[in-house]
Write a protein that binds this ligand. Structure first.
Ligand code: SF4
Length: 97
């Protein structure tokens, strides 16, 4: 079993700290608050986390943003909030294509 000398140990811990710091910043930048059902805008548009309308859900709405495949995604109608990809609201507008 090898042992780390002081220089190797400092290089290792420094790299680890940089990685942890950058990871934390990235997580905070990408994190968005989930849209709550009692949000006034959500209530006005009857938003639900699980659509009851066949073939209509946030993941295939033209207002959805972000990358496909994520459970919670930004919506152009609710800035700073994330909606459930399985959700729905009265402003649903089917994506073209
Ligand atoms: Fe979902 Fe409504 Fe936003 Fe469309 S407009 S993505 S249905 S919350």
């Amino acid at each position: 079993m090898s042992t780390l000398n002081r220089r190797e140990f400092l290089a290792f811990t420094g790299t680890s700290l940089i990685g942890l710091t950058l990871g934390g910043i990235t997580d905070k930048a990408s994190a968005q608050e989930k849209l709550e059902l009692d949000n006034p805008g959500a209530k006005a548009l009857q938003y639900v986390h699980k659509s009851a309308v066949e073939g209509a859900m946030c993941s295939n709405c033209s207002y959805i943003q972000g990358e496909d495949g994520q459970q919670w995604l930004p919506c152009a109608l609710f800035p700073g909030k994330a909606v459930n990809s399985q959700g729905w609201c009265a402003a649903f507008n089917k994506k073209a294509g």
